[in-house]
Design a protein around this ligand. Sequence first.
Ligand code: AMP
Length: 420
Amino acid sequence: MNDILPAEIGRWHAVERAFRRTMEGLAYREIRTPYVEPTPLFVRAIGEETDVVQKEMYSFVHHDEPLTLRPEGTAGAVRAYVEHGVHNHEPITRWYYLGPMFRGERPARGRYRQFYQLGAECLGDAGPGCDAEMIDALAGFLREIGVEAPDVFINSIGSGDTRAKYREALVAALTPMKDSLSPDSQRRLTTNPLRILDSKHPADAEAVATAPTILDFLSEADRTHWDNLRRQLDALGTPYKVDPKLVRGLDYYTRTLFEIKGSYDKLGAGSTLIGGGRYDGMVKDLGGPAVPAIGFAAGLERLLIASNLEVSPSVVDVFVAPVGEGTDAPALVLARDARRAGLRCEVDTRKASMKAMLRRANALGARVCLIVGDREVAEGVVELKDLASQVQEKVARADVVARAAAVVGSPAPPPQEGGA
Ligand code: AMP
């Protein structure tokens, strides 16, 4: 779990802003759900046999009630959707969220115990139009925040019947090699055989390579959905790769599955930036009507590692430096006037030397320093110093805020040879 200090927060804000802009452009609205939910919600929604439920949840009992810090956002969103009967009010629901998630995993680069996810859920549309739109918009979002060449992988794991038939075929193919599988995969052969496909254990490599492919088992309806998804992605011009081994770690998925990876050089094994898919059965499983849905989640820390986005480190536009006795009050008033004009402003009432104050002004990235001295106050003027050009001028108190705003809004001159 990490502290995020103010020096880093500018990049977080920039990615969050880009995400909100993307989702609101697609008619999604923000939902905020509690960080804590009853444990059975996650067990039910995510699946008993998943790593998240078996090994990673922060669960505790409070007054006899089993509770868990949310390890992901979909279960809580669907719980809220059912609890508030949202399907009664609108045929299609588009929600996005951002916030912390908690998983007790082994920490690694891009893998934390409290991490932040950006995600969204579209409920009420069986797709594949909204699937294609979501994937295309996410690739665009990644490019916008400076992830070059995002790599989109898609698969279909079909719906109930397809899955049952495929599961049978997979178990039949893998059972003869059971003894050579990793211990985890041996167990999964009876509990969750599909997960063997994304095992990274070297002992499972051969079994995974020779296993039958789910795309050969799609029912007619699943096949139509899959073909149309690809056709629509083609029409949108989003490049993608089909990965029939893509199964993902959460049990709730049906039909469309996707992952977007990028920045392999910076993230290595943790280069999955966004994971998502369709979960047509979950609303009903959690006590609602049969409502189809699709969603995704992106790891914010990973997006920040992957993105080459740069943001201005400037904290203020204007720095007000009172000099001498009795200048604090006029300085405070001047700073407030500057803020009312929309300028970010710090006033330094430490009684520090001019040199120390200018050092502070530069450290904060101020463009303008307003010097308020006894004589200036008596004369009704302020010394305005453009910290980029080093030009200083005397400005009437009545005009100084407008003048400061004009300087802040003007381009900074190129740095002088040898420094000013
Ligand atoms: P999931 O909810 O497992 O489908 O994960 C969705 C995305 O969340 C992943 O692709 C990662 O980008 C991110 N993510 C998942 N677990 C972690 C973690 N422990 N630390 C950081 N990011 C994570």
